[in-house]
Design a protein around this ligand. Sequence first.
Ligand SMILES: Nc1nc2c(c(=O)[nH]1)N[C@H]1C(S)=C(S)[C@@H](COP(=O)(O)OP(=O)(O)OC[C@H]3O[C@@H](n4cnc5c(N)ncnc54)[C@H](O)[C@@H]3O)O[C@H]1N2
Ligand code: MOO
Length: 416
Amino acid sequence: MPNVPWQHARELAHAAGAATPRQRHNVGLNQAVNRVLAADVVAPTDIPHFRASAMDGWAVSGEGPWTVLPGEARSTPRLRPGTAVPIHTGSPVPEGTSAVLRREQAVLNSEASSGAAAGFGAAASSAQLSAQQPLAAHADIRPAGREAAAGERLFAAGTRLTPGHLAAAAVAGCDVLRVYRAPRAALVLTGDEVVAEGQPAHGHVRDAFSPVLPPAIAHLGAEVLATNRIGDHRAQTVDALGRDDVDLIVTTGGTGRSPVDHLRPALQTLGAELIVDEIAMRPGHPALLARRADGVLVAGLPGNPLAAVAAFVTLVQPLLAGLVASPLEPLARAAALETFAPLPGRERLVPARLHTGPGGTSVDAAALRGSAMLRGLADSTCLMVIPPEGVEAGEPVPYVELPWTTYSSVSTLPRS
Ligand SMILES: Nc1nc2c(c(=O)[nH]1)N[C@H]1C(S)=C(S)[C@@H](COP(=O)(O)OP(=O)(O)OC[C@H]3O[C@@H](n4cnc5c(N)ncnc54)[C@H](O)[C@@H]3O)O[C@H]1N2
Ligand code: MOO
């Protein structure tokens, strides 16, 4: 489809990912962060699975004062009314326990000082224990099943796993989780003039993409199997686009229509279908998305670095979400801090920084935002999506987070 409206390009990319057959497998918890659940996680038992003390102190039964029994809670299966036994945080409470008395609220024998001074854990058996204040029934007892009952759904299929999910799964007693296999990608970076290290000579450029694309793709939960650098050469391009051990090939450069741009002709040679053929956006309009006859997807990002990042969030981000059955997220909005004039027929993606202040959340566009520039991007957390009709300062504008924005997507400081 030629010159696809920006939002439609996202939807086509997401649908292309979602239409790709998915594989599922079991992974250990320490391999599961950032993977997407392919099945619900269900509590195998009650969580917690036993009634436990929430504090260090005494398990007591009935009304005080209580006679302290010899031993401690773990070796005491049952308490009778009027008795108590020392207990530690997390230990199972004996049957018959009506409450836990915190050590600092306890008085042993006739001592009026706090339980801390009353020799907790070292009290002689048959000492008399009482509470400084009335003790509520069930005080400081964590009931079994308080967090979840056995069989209850803890996390739904489709959840992207964070360390917090994994900690909860571990506490539930899970060792492996059923997840979608991480999508596999290969990079093909084109350009005779592109060098991978050092200061580029006159007419050459230093590669901007190998530092940004692998972490961005990994952040989105996929693996980069290989990065292949090729010259502006037709046969090399056909060859590089032919690998079949991946779900997705991401290319950079060569999206134009000059004799040295080989991406479109190479895709034609391979019999690939163009799903998106240019996008009504700036920068990044020459970007494309294609599917080979065997289903492998090819996302062609333009060579200009900021244009490539804009095309990445438009095509690759939704596509990778579709590959693991995640929804296409609606865009968040924040107030634009400056006015953008209309640009009929296309969206503009502008690097910007989110800022929270007393008046709410706003987006502050970077100054250096030419399609071949990167300084503005370096200092940004998102791309504003300016609609064709423009936006007035103070109006809400949609934005997409950059695919490496993690825990601090909202800055509390204005751009300096
Ligand atoms: N006659 C026209 N010319 C151009 C048009 C157009 O519509 N008509 N569109 C412009 C736009 S917009 C873009 S974006 C670029 C797209 O270019 P290509 O995707 O074909 O990329 P190249 O020509 O190979 O390179 C463009 C530019 O990017 C630099 N580049 C390439 N790879 C890298 C890299 N790995 N790291 C850093 N920079 C890279 C390359 O040196 C060029 O400067 O076409 C416009 N032209
Ligand atoms: O996609 Mo191009 O950046 O607009 O130069």
